[in-house]
Each structure stands twice: as C-alpha cells, then as structure tokens.
Ligand binder design. Structure first.
Ligand SMILES: Cc1cc2nc3c(=O)[nH]c(=O)nc-3n(C[C@H](O)[C@H](O)[C@H](O)COP(=O)(O)OP(=O)(O)OC[C@H]3O[C@@H](n4cnc5c(N)ncnc54)[C@H](O)[C@@H]3O)c2cc1C
Length: 381
C-alpha cells in the first residue's frame, strides 16, 4: 500500500509532533510516524521534566499544543551558585517579563501535542516502525515494518539523538563525549519553592532544582558517568538526603516521589542538517549539555523557523530553501553548544586560579544589569 504525502516526519517526540502541528495551516499533507505513541498520562509525575522558554510556550499555545493534560509551573526567578561563593540571580520582575521559563513534564506535553496533531485535517498520525528508506530523485519513500510505504517530497528526521533516519542517509556526526550523565528524580519539598529555580555548580557535578506545581521539584544532577551507579543505587531516603545536602537545604528536607533515572550526556552535531528532500531537526541534528535546559528549546526553534519558511508553499524538499534554513539555525545551536560545554568545563576544572575566576565571574555578571539582560534575552526566545 502506498500513501503519498508532501512531508513525512520520522519521530513523534516533542520536536517532531510540534513540527507537524506547526504545519497545520499549510497546504501540505503531513505524515507523522512514531513507533511508540505517547501513553495516556496517569496522576504520577514524569521524571523527564524540562524547562521551556516563554517564546516557545507562546508558540505552542498558539498551536493549541500547550493545553490539557499539561501541568506547568512558571519560573519567576533563578539562583545560580559557584563552588566558591560566586552567585548570580535573575528575577522576572527585574527584567519586565511575567516569567523566565516554564517547567512541564515531557510525557504530558507530548500527549497534548499528539492529541492536537491528531485533530488537524492535513496531518496523518501513523503508529509504525520505519524499516528502510528508498531514496528517489524527486521524492523519497519510507517503508514501514508492516509493509506500508509512505512517499514524500521531504523527509524530516525528528527521531532523537541516535537518529535512525540520519544513519539511513549515511550522515555522520561529531561527538563530544565528556563522560557525563544526568541523574533525574522528583521530590516533595518541606518549604515552598515560590517559583524559583536553583543551580549549583560544584566541582564534581552540576545540580539543578526545577520547581513543579505544588510543593514539588524535579532535579537534574549531571556528573561524571563513574559516579552514576552509586547515585542510582541510593535508596529513596539516602538520595533525598544527598540532594537536600548538595542543595544546601534551600527548600528544607526532601521526599523522593519518583525513582532516579539516568541519561548519558553527549554533545553531538550532525555533519549535515539538510540534503535534497531531507532535513534533520531537534536532537537528531544537535544536542547540548542539559545544564542550561535548552535542548528541547533549540528543537522548537528549529520547528518555528522551518515551518515559517515552508509557509509560502512550493516543493518542501527543494534544497535552496533547506540550506537557507540550516544557515539561519547554525548560530543559535553553535552558541548554545559552546556556552553550555564551556561552562561545564570551566566549573569542573580543579585549577585554583580558575576556581577563583569563575566565582568572581558569576558575581561580576550579577552586578552588570546589561549583561544579565542580554543573557536573559537569548534564553527567553
Ligand atoms: C537529563 C536531561 C535533562 C534535560 N533537561 C532539559 C531541559 O530542562 N530543557 C530542555 O529544553 N531540554 C532538556 N533536555 C533535552 C531534551 O530531552 C531533548 O532535547 C528533547 O527530548 C529532544 O526532543 P526530540 O523530539 O528531538 O527527540 P526525542 O525526545 O529523543 O524524541 C525522538 C522520538 O523519535 C522516536 N523514534 C526513535 N527512533 C525512531 C525510528 N527509527 N523511527 C521513528 N521514530 C523513532 C522516539 O520514539 C521518540 O518519540 C534534557 C536532556 C537530558 C538527557
């Protein structure tokens, strides 16, 4: 059986589903192919929790994708601490913004996006496993495990950091493996968080507290991969004590509400993002260190620009427009990879001079309003 579409998106994670939705008012027929569609959310909290920039949340709201069943918490302030007295604080009120970011669970946002995409007349949501690609001159074809064949002028790789479509196209990637991993878990807190996010740069790790609705937080503790088995083996009580101590009891004592989960952290960039009839977006094209909470935000900004550039119609696989898209996205991604990778290296370096400099640097940044405003302007897009 052959199904013909203009655009076929491989991967229905946050990036792929949001991109499909962003095409709902275009004349294109869009297929969204995902082997593991999101489950109905339960009342339990998802350990995968991300920070979303206000610019991206506005965009998702406009698409109808920031809706039930999303549970979101606004961040009104951020407190960042160095490992030797350095401190940097951001407050939404100071910057004239209603909030600095939003925190929400991955699973619930994916469900909301998936539901909205399923209601759009021009989007075909397909639960299926792609098995091979037939590369053509004008259009390409995805062959699914159940024998279905999906032909499209443009294939979009939104299938994550280990992208299958990228491999099928033979596109390599650069990888910076700093042997880091992130351990995540959710907690109830003794004291209210008041919409404040916290981050501690420690010499051996970076710990973030992200506020969730109610008296709850999600944490991301990124550290050397050798330290992960020990953190994963800690009991609920032991881990809650470790996290409360590492966070200087900023929110009092903690009670763990989801078990620890660990993710390897590798900074990757695909060597090519576009080819005739092919584009990679989100983690399939690039990943960043999670310390700035910007991975999915970069992916959404890919979607926003690509959808805007495709809105004029015409052949979506035409290489000139895809190349123009890639050039325009490169700077945002490169600067985020450089900044987060550099910060992480700076804070894990044991040199005492660097230790003093990095802490002074946080204090200096804190005292320079223009610099804080510039940093915020980039982060809220
Ligand atoms: C510990 C940690 C904390 C993070 N915190 C943040 C944060 O606070 N803020 C932030 O912005 N980002 C954060 N990130 C990054 C964020 O997780 C990713 O950037 C984001 O999930 C990427 O979305 P994606 O849709 O591109 O890829 P994915 O979420 O990986 O989705 C890929 C989709 O493709 C599907 N798929 C896989 N293989 C195939 C195939 N062969 N065919 C079809 N479909 C396939 C998968 O089932 C999945 O649904 C964090 C990452 C980590 C590891």
């Amino acid at each position: 059986m052959v199904d013909r579409y203009d655009i076929a998106i491989v991967g229905g994670g946050l990036t792929g589903t949001a991109f499909a939705l962003a095409l709902k008012h275009t004349p294109y027929r869009v297929a969204l192919v995902e082997p593991r569609p999101p489950q109905e959310p339960t009342a339990d909290w998802d350990p995968r929790v991300y920070a979303y920039s206000p610019g991206n949340v506005d965009w998702l709201r406009g698409l109808g994708g920031w809706a039930e069943p999303v549970r979101a918490q606004a961040i009104h302030g951020m407190r960042i601490f160095g490992d030797h007295g350095g401190k940097l604080a951001f407050d939404a009120l100071e910057t004239g913004l209603p909030e600095l970011a939003w925190i929400a669970e991955n699973g619930r946002l994916q469900s909301a996006l998936w539901q909205a995409a399923g209601q759009a007349a021009n989007i075909g949501v397909i639960a299926g496993q792609p098995e091979s690609v037939v590369w053509g001159e004008g259009r390409h074809a995805l062959v699914l495990a159940d024998g279905r064949r999906i032909e499209a002028d443009l294939l979009v790789g939104a299938d994550g950091a280990s992208s299958w479509l990228r491999d099928q196209a033979g596109i390599g990637y650069t990888i910076k493996d700093q042997h880091q991993a992130g351990v995540v878990a959710n907690f109830e807190t003794e004291r209210p968080h008041r919409g404040i996010a916290w981050q501690w740069f420690r010499q051996d790790s970076v710990l973030a507290y992200l506020p969730l609705p109610g008296r709850r937080i999600s944490i991301v503790w990124s550290t050397h991969e050798d330290a992960v088995p020990e953190r994963m083996a800690r009991s609920a009580e032991e881990f809650a004590t470790d996290v409360a101590e590492a966070g200087h009891h900023a929110l009092g004592s903690l009670r763990r509400i989801t078990p620890q989960a660990a993710f390897p952290l590798k900074i990757r960039r695909a060597r090519e993002w576009v080819r005739p009839g092919l584009v990679l977006i989100g983690d399939a094209a690039h990943t960043v260190h999670p310390l700035a909470g910007q991975g999915v935000n970069l992916g959404f900004r890919d979607c926003r620009l690509l959808a805007e550039m495709l809105a004029t119609g015409g052949n979506p696989g035409e290489i000139g427009r895809l190349q123009a898209y890639a050039v325009r996205r490169m700077e945002d991604v490169a600067s985020m990879q450089f900044t987060t990778g550099g910060l992480k290296s700076l804070f894990t370096n044991p040199d005492p001079l660097l230790r003093s400099l990095r802490n002074t640097g946080l204090g200096l940044t804190n005292s320079q309003d223009w610099l804080k405003q510039a940093l915020m302007r980039h982060a809220v897009q």
